[in-house]
Ligand binder design. Structure first.
Ligand code: DAH
Length: 343
């Protein structure tokens, strides 16, 4: 082949390649076509052997012609890839447009855990009645949890079976009553507080959980009487369970109150007729209460001759189970979405 033959062959190959590249639809296809011409054993590369056999004076011209052909093919290849990429981008933009008129997904709105709902409702009731919220630690000393509350040293409630003891001699509080003592020692009189919080007891069945919630109440002033206790808790029952709800006081015993009473509310299911929930008594026990024992006052430096007060303690789970119709206390602590969603 002479120089003219080579030149026209190159032109022919370049035209052919450029034409093919213009028609490819895929990047892979374009690469294949390019390699067929420019690859190691591609048809343009093969013409290098022809160049080598040409007379020396023709070689520069031949080399230039080969380079031109290569550049033409490479240019067509690059241009086609660009076009294909642009087309792909346009296709994506077309297909992946956001239809802003589609209805959105409803976000899951949490109304809070049912226990927290009930706790908040109870706190709101007492706040409206003039009680302030006080708090105390869940890890307590024997002094605040028992001793200052007039528990005799051999009282069964101090037994290891009920109380979670910590290795350093402290304990997990078994009730919110220690906040009574902390408040009496920290604040000026008169005092009118409630104290909601977690408490712990080594106990577990359908109605008992090793961790549960109480709300403690304490009111101290001059001339506070049992009638004030009764009036306050009657008002609370109206606000919590509805206008006209009856309550009754049963004599009881707590070391830190004297006299002590357990308070029952008229069964919210049968309204006193007797049913399964109230074991046919017509009454549901909801809290413990009493007049602050003089020993408790003395332990905190309050003069029992001048001051008197009442206290009460209620279980939040108990009230939540009654008002929400929940039969197993463990439901509150399992965090099962299907249970929680119902509230
Ligand atoms: N602390 C008692 C308990 O956990 C409940 C209680 C009873 C609290 C009588 C009081 C009270 O303040 O006066 O069982």
């Amino acid at each position: 082949m002479d120089i003219q033959g080579l030149q026209s062959k190159l032109e022919e190959l370049a035209d052919e390649a450029v034409g093919k590249l213009a028609g490819v639809e895929q990047k892979e296809e374009a690469i294949q076509v390019k390699n067929r011409y420019l690859g190691r054993s591609g048809s343009v590369q093969e013409l290098m052997t022809v160049l080598r056999e040409l007379p020396n004076e023709d070689k520069p011209v031949a080399g230039q012609a080969i380079n031109q052909a290569k550049q033409a093919i490479q240019g067509a290849f690059d241009a086609r890839l660009k076009e294909l990429a642009q087309r792909e981008l346009e296709r994506k933009m077309r297909e992946e447009t956001l239809d802003v008129t589609l209805p959105g997904r409803k976000p899951e709105v949490s109304l809070g855990h049912p226990l927290r709902q009930v706790e908040n409702e109870l706190i709101a009731i007492f706040e409206e009645m003039g009680f302030a919220v006080a708090e105390g630690p869940e890890i307590e000393t024997d002094y605040f949890n028992f001793e200052a509350l007039n528990f005799p040293p051999d009282h069964p409630a101090r037994d290891m079976q009920d109380t979670f003891m910590l290795t350093d001699g402290r304990l997990l509080r078994t009730h919110t009553s220690p906040v009574q003592v902390r408040t009496m020692q920290a604040y000026e009189l008169p005092i009118q507080i409630i104290s909601p919080g977690r408490v712990y007891r080594c106990d577990s069945d359908l109605t008992h959980s090793p961790v549960f919630h109480q709300i403690e109440g304490l009111l101290i002033d001059e001339e506070v009487s049992m009638a004030d206790l009764k009036g306050t808790l009657t008002e609370f029952a109206q606000r919590c369970f509805g206008e006209g709800t009856q309550i009754r006081f049963r004599p009881s015993y707590f070391p830190f109150t004297e006299p002590s009473a357990e308070v029952d509310v008229e069964c919210i299911f049968c309204h006193g007729d007797g049913c399964r929930v109230c074991s046919d008594t017509g009454w549901l026990e909801i809290l413990g209460s009493g007049m602050v024992d003089p020993n408790v006052f003395e332990a905190s430096g309050i003069d029992p001759e001048r001051y008197s007060g009442f206290a009460f303690g209620l279980g939040v789970e108990r009230i939540a189970m009654l008002t929400r119709g929940i039969g197993d206390i463990r439901r509150f602590f399992e965090n099962d979405q299907r249970f929680l969603e119902q509230f």
